[in-house]
Structure formats: structure tokens, C-alpha cells
Design a protein around this ligand. Sequence first.
Ligand code: HEC
Ligand code: HEC
Length: 355
Amino acid sequence: MRVWAVVRVFLVLALCVTSGTLECGGRLMSEPEQRGAAVYTRMCSVCHGASAQGYAADNAPAIGNPHFLAVVPDSFLQTAISNGRSGTTMSAWSSGHSGPLGYKEITSVVAYLRSYDRLPHDALDESPLAGDARRGTAVFADRCARCHGERGTGGPYVHIGSADLLASATTGMLRATIRDGRPGTLMPSFGQELGRKGVDDVIAALRAFQAQYTPSLLPPAPKAPPLPLGPVPLNPRGPEPVGFNKQPSTTPADTVKRELDRGAKMALLDARASSDYLNEHIKGAVSVPFYDVTPYASQLPRDAWLVCYCACPHAESGNLARKLVELGFTKVTVLDEGLGVWRARKYGTSSGLDP
Ligand code: HEC
Ligand code: HEC
């Protein structure tokens, strides 16, 4: 008996370390949690970190932080994962938005995130908001804008002014977060400084930003991933590109554009979720999501340069490039600046299934 107990502890520890499918308190994960952990590791860890601690790339928030999990219901998590957050690198992952995950997989990921949930869930103060948006706007500019952007978007951290977020964040969740902050992250607590009324003023300001916010992109009509691979490479009879740097080095957007204009032979691979590709992609690019390379690998040319990009600038594209090199592709590079720069320079983008 004693021996078995020791062996069991050993096995649990070994599995904790190697697979990440067991919670390292010795508790066995339920079947949905394990399924969710597998999806998480494949698709989410690149930005949110191996154990949902956040900030692995793109300032993706700490979604395994117990202080976050204590103030949001499952529906908040499901909505964020399904619909994504437009204007950020958080993709719409649900099949309803042409992403890769069905409802069952999304609820499994939520179950996995809940395995980090270990604080009591105090009742939230959902009483009607009693704030003054004008006063709150001044406080916001002074205290919040440097981290969250001028009107709650476009800053370095969570776009708290986006309609996507505010539509699913309750007044109680916003009150608790602004009052207590998020211990373990850069989000400070403002309860002492602003008082209950001041916190409500800021929330009223946020709700007013929301009313003025128009989501930039319409959801595409659902298409089941994996999307068909479009024509690769571009310019099959063209010359070799000049100035491309092999992975792990990157290639500047200006160089890629110059070589495209010269008619050089290459393939542009969009590494993001299929839903992002359908919304907008670099003109001529095909969809090869970083988490699902296998269905495409045999169809990609081995004799042409493969230029991987995302919106990030590098997290998902770097992940795809590494996988392609592991599969034996040798002419692989990452577009140094992501889609954002390509769009800003008006180098040409497309949407839907049109390459
Ligand atoms: C020093 C930077 C910083 C400042 C200043 C700051 N925040 Fe934050 N805030 C953050 C970070 C970082 C997060 C995300 C934390 C995480 O990973 O969960 C956050 C999260 C939030 C969230 C939760 C969003 C979500 O969906 O998880 C709200 C609401 C919020 N902040 C409101 C405010 C308000 C209102 C102010 C000003 C009164 C403010 N913040 C000031 C850094 C900041
Ligand atoms: C390319 C990087 C990236 C990947 C991959 C990614 N996310 Fe995110 N995620 C983000 C960013 C950035 C945000 C914050 C968006 C914002 O500003 O509202 C976010 C926000 C979220 C939120 C809302 C958190 C909050 O505080 O409001 C959840 C939940 C979430 N992601 C879950 C996931 C899951 C689950 C996956 C995998 C299926 C995933 N993410 C994959 C970048 C990413």
C-alpha cells in the first residue's frame, strides 16, 4: 500500500511537469478540464502563457488570475472566447465566427480556466449605477488613459472601453475591479482614492465611450475551418526574393512589399485564427493557422519562400514559422511588423476567402 501511495505521488508529479493536464495540487483534472487544457495549450498559451498567467505576448491578460475569475461568470469567459475582442489580437474562436472551436470545446476551456479559481466569490454590488460621466471622463484621462488608451481603447492593456467587453461586463464586475484592482497584475486599486461615487463616475464614462464606439469589422458568414488553401505560391515563375532573412530572423514589411511588387515568388501565410483571416488579411495571403498546420503542410511549396505574419507583431507568426522549420521547410521568414503596419502603409488587404 505504502509503495503504491509513493508511486502515485510520483506519477502525479511527473505528469504535472510533463503534460500540464493535472493540477499541481495532486487533484486529478476532470475530463472536460483535461480537454480544455489541451485546447488551451495548443491555441491560447502563445499569448496568455503556459498556465494562464498572462503577458506571454501582446499583453494578453492574466485569465487564470483568481482575482479575475472571482468577479466574472462563465458567460463572460465564453463570450470573450467565442466573439473575441475586435480591434485587438484576441480572435473570435467559435465556429459561429468561422473559428476553430465548437461550443463543447469552449466550455471545456472555461472549465480548465476555472481550475485556477480558488478565491471566494463575494456577492458583487449590482445596484444601479449612480455616476456622472463628465466627472468620470476627467478622472479617466488622468488615472486610466496611460494604460487603457484615451477612450479605453488603443492603450497598452485591456481595451476596457470596447463594446465587446462592456457588453458582457456587469456594473458589479467593473466596480469590484476598479475598487480592488487585480492583485498580481499592473491594475491598481482605486477604491481608497476615488471612493464609491468616484468609481461609479468612471464607469459612467466608460459606458458613454461604449455608446460612441463602432466595431470596425462585421462578423463574417460562418465557414467551417480548416479553410481551403488558396493559390500558393504567388508568382510561381517569378524570381527569388532578395533580402529575406531566415527564421528566427524577421523580414521588414517594406522588403516584402518591394519583392511582391517586383513579382518575386513567395507565399504569404496568415498565422492567425481562421476568423481573423476572413475579416481581413494581406492581399494574396492564404490561411495557415499556427495551431493547425497539418492539413496544409503537404500542400505548401518547398521551393518558395514562406512569409508568416499575424497582427501581433510576432507571437503567432513566430510559432507557425518554428513549426514549418520543424516540418523541414527551409525558406521560412516572419514579417517583422504585423498586419497593422501593412494596413497603415496601405500595402493592400483583402477579406473573406479571396486571397
Ligand atoms: C498601470 C496601468 C493601469 C492603470 C493606471 C489602470 N489600469 Fe486597469 N488594468 C490594467 C491591467 C494590466 C489590467 C488587466 C489585468 C489582468 O491581466 O487581469 C487592467 C484591467 C482593468 C479592468 C478589467 C478588464 C477585464 O476585462 O479584465 C478594468 C475594468 C480596469 N482595468 C479599469 C481601470 C480604470 C477605470 C482605471 C483608472 C481609474 C484603470 N483601470 C487604471 C492596468 C492599469
Ligand atoms: C494573439 C494573442 C492571443 C491569443 C492566441 C489568445 N488571446 Fe485571449 N486575449 C488576447 C488579448 C490581447 C486580450 C485582451 C483583449 C482586450 O483588450 O479586450 C485577450 C482577452 C481574452 C479574454 C478576456 C479577458 C479579460 O480580462 O476580459 C479571455 C477570456 C481570453 N482572452 C481567452 C482566450 C482563450 C481561451 C484563447 C485560446 C482559445 C485565447 N484567449 C487566445 C490575446 C490572445
